[in-house]
Design a protein around this ligand. Sequence first.
Ligand SMILES: C[S@@+](CC[C@H](N)C(=O)[O-])C[C@H]1O[C@@H](n2cnc3c(N)ncnc32)[C@H](O)[C@@H]1O
Length: 222
Amino acid sequence: MDKIEIFENERATGYDKFVETWIPKYHYFLDILPKLLSGIEQKKLLVVGCGTGNEIQRFIQITEPCEVTGVDPSPEMMNQAKERFKDCNNVTLIEGLLSELDIKKKYNVAILSLVLHFFDDNGDKLNLLKDIAERLVSGSTFVIFDITGNKQQMKQNLNVLKCLLPVDLDVEQVNNRLNRIENELFAVSEERLSELLQEAGFQEPFRFFQSSIYMGWLTKKK
Ligand SMILES: C[S@@+](CC[C@H](N)C(=O)[O-])C[C@H]1O[C@@H](n2cnc3c(N)ncnc32)[C@H](O)[C@@H]1O
């Protein structure tokens, strides 16, 4: 049974503002993706848990050939993405689970941004990573952006995050959110992420980006 974290109502309509507020430098991270992946010819890009399409947006205007497929199970997030890319003929959006995508269709790049922390490390994280690996050709590039760190790193970097947040946020709201990140979401340590990726069929990843608790990772499918 696939784990699903459905985004609906205010969580969906307010999503883009939410990431803008709570993830310092997320825009910068997204903006560098096309450059980072520019060496890959004939890109067939799979965006897993694409939500409103923040990653996809960065690839619709690039000059190199690029076909983008976004998959997400939340109808309200998908509807925003569908509206955003209605005129883009190189973007395919699929409302549903990754595990439902035709296994015969292969991609050479995948992005998984802000999804893994909803998955417990009880097999759910590994299954998601395996589902991605199965849909990639050997040598494909895989980019992950997520909450990363062991308990001590998380404590320290949550303090950093607190300093970077907009000053006009409600203090109680900030504390509740930081508490949820620390105690309810499933951050992964750097070591464990590496283990999970290698077990799923990827090479050892390397970190190329960090903003407080959020880290960007690059790896390749073996
Ligand atoms: C925090 S949003 C990230 C959206 C987008 N990737 C971004 O960076 O802005 C998490 C997304 O993961 C989606 N999601 C939840 N369960 C999922 C699953 N099993 N497979 C793929 N996506 C899932 C949610 O519907 C939601 O749109």
